[in-house]
Design a protein around this ligand. Structure first.
Ligand code: UD1
Length: 414
């Protein structure tokens, strides 16, 4: 429940990156010994991936609120065809990790956010290039191999999931595997850094070409996860939309460049420090056009949030979604606030309105839910957001964090 119209002021701290954590935790399957992973966000998706690892036989323990120790040495099955795996999209990383460890993998098909078809053909193409035979039977994906071998793989699209999965599968495969047209997202780099810290030889993560020289084995060690680019962006947009003076702390300013540029264009004052960004806004925003792109472009995972902000920007803005084929479901919900949005194929045309009115809305997925919260912070009166379970998948303590900077927001258990 949100009472909108409050000015936001103060400091808000960003947690560890969800999308890095849910790749790095299954990556521990490739390691012999104990991995200590710091800056773990306490969110539902992390709980889910931990449960799957535990189910597989790994020893998992929180030794501090955000520090996880995992020893997967004792895991002796390659089968994760279970309800748990079906419950989250990123369970597909188990395919790459189990294949890399055992040469075989069996995993239930992913669930997760629903924004159109979410194929895994590029992941499969990568596994096949490494010598695996992959079959999909109803909702279960099985990959088998006698032995894997290194190869060069060109991705038709710089898919984050396929890049990560191929890295996982190839880390311990003899020879040099090359991924061309690889995704460059910060969490791709973070996974490579984690694997390298444990003894892998991966070069080029963060560029179009990643080279993986297979190593015999990985050993345990300590690693700290990067801050969450999307959580940071969500709070920057919230401050810009609601108006106020907020410093978003514990972020990597470089990861925020595409957003910072757009917010400045919309009339928001942005000041970059070493590991924080100060956002100042009087809530009066100018129209802008945004096109989602793979990193370093504007992230699709901030599209619902920026779209919510633009509902009140002066003039007509346009948001073009090029990454997902169907990621505008949240605009139906935004209309409940009185927003004026027209969808034409992959474009949303937003005619800015003077004010939004509080509404009863649903979080249709994780980031759409964040968009609803942002609209609620801007709107006059009360907003009720249902289905917050989606938001819990990816935001740590969102309600408390926003409350601390002055938002009138509370969680109601019904
Ligand atoms: C990841 C993020 C997700 C984000 C997305 C794009 C995680 C857990 N999730 O998802 O939040 O929105 O990156 O930044 O990190 N595609 C194919 N074939 C494939 C794989 C993908 O055609 O085998 C297409 C998809 O349909 C989509 C595009 O590629 O149109 C991007 O997908 P991808 O980068 O793979 O996203 P995910 O890794 O699933």
């Amino acid at each position: 429940m949100i009472e909108g119209g409050k000015r936001l002021e103060g400091k808000i701290r960003v947690s560890g990156a969800k999308n890095a954590a849910i790749a790095i935790i299954p990556a521990v399957l490739l390691v012999e010994g104990v991995c200590r992973i710091e800056n773990i966000p306490r969110i539902k998706d992390v709980d889910a991936i931990i449960s799957i690892l535990t189910y597989l036989g790994a020893k998992v323990e929180f030794t501090a609120p955000d520090v996880l120790e995992i020893d997967a040495t004792g895991v002796n099955t390659y089968k994760a065809d279970c309800e748990l795996a079906r419950s989250m999209r990123a369970s597909y990383y188990l395919l790459g990790a189990l294949l890399g460890r055992f040469g075989n993998a069996q995993v239930s098909m992913p669930g997760g956010c629903d924004f159109g078809s979410r194929p895994i053909d590029l992941h499969i193409k990568g596994f096949e290039a490494l010598g695996a035979t992959v079959t999909v039977d109803r909702d279960i994906v099985t990959a088998h191999s006698k032995h894997l071998f290194a190869d060069s793989i060109y991705l038709d699209f710089p898919s984050v999931g396929a890049t990560i999965n191929i890295m996982l599968a190839a880390t311990r495969v003899p020879g040099t595997t090359v991924i061309e047209n690889a995704a460059k997202e910060p969490h791709v780099v973070d996974l490579a850094n984690f694997l390298n810290q444990m003894g892998a030889q991966i070069k080029g993560a963060g560029t179009d070409v990643i080279r993986i020289v297979g190593v015999d084995k990985l050993r345990g060690g300590t690693y700290s996860i990067i801050p969450d680019q999307i959580e940071a962006g969500t709070y920057m947009i919230a401050a810009a939309a609601a108006g106020g003076d907020v410093t978003v702390e514990n972020l990597i300013p470089k990861h925020m460049e595409s957003l910072s540029a757009k917010l400045e264009e919309a009339g928001v004052f942005i000041e970059e420090m070493d590991d924080s960004i100060r956002v100042r806004s009087d809530g009066k925003l100018k129209k802008i056009n945004v096109k989602t792109m793979p990193y370093p472009g504007f992230p699709t995972d901030l599209q619902p949030q920026i779209l919510a902000l633009l509902t009140r920007a002066q003039g007509t803005s346009m948001v073009m979604e090029t990454v997902w084929e169907s990621r505008f479901q949240h605009t139906d919900e935004l209309r409940r606030f009185g927003a004026d949005i027209v969808i034409a194929d992959e474009r949303a045309i937003i005619h800015g309105v003077e004010k939004l009115k509080g509404a009863s809305v649903k979080a249709t997925d994780l980031r759409a839910g964040a968009g609803m919260i942002i609209a609620g912070l801007m709107a006059e009166g009360f907003t009720r957001v249902e289905n917050v379970c989606h938001i819990d998948r990816g935001y740590e303590n969102l309600v408390e964090k926003l409350k601390n900077i002055g938002a009138a927001i509370s969680r109601i258990n019904e």
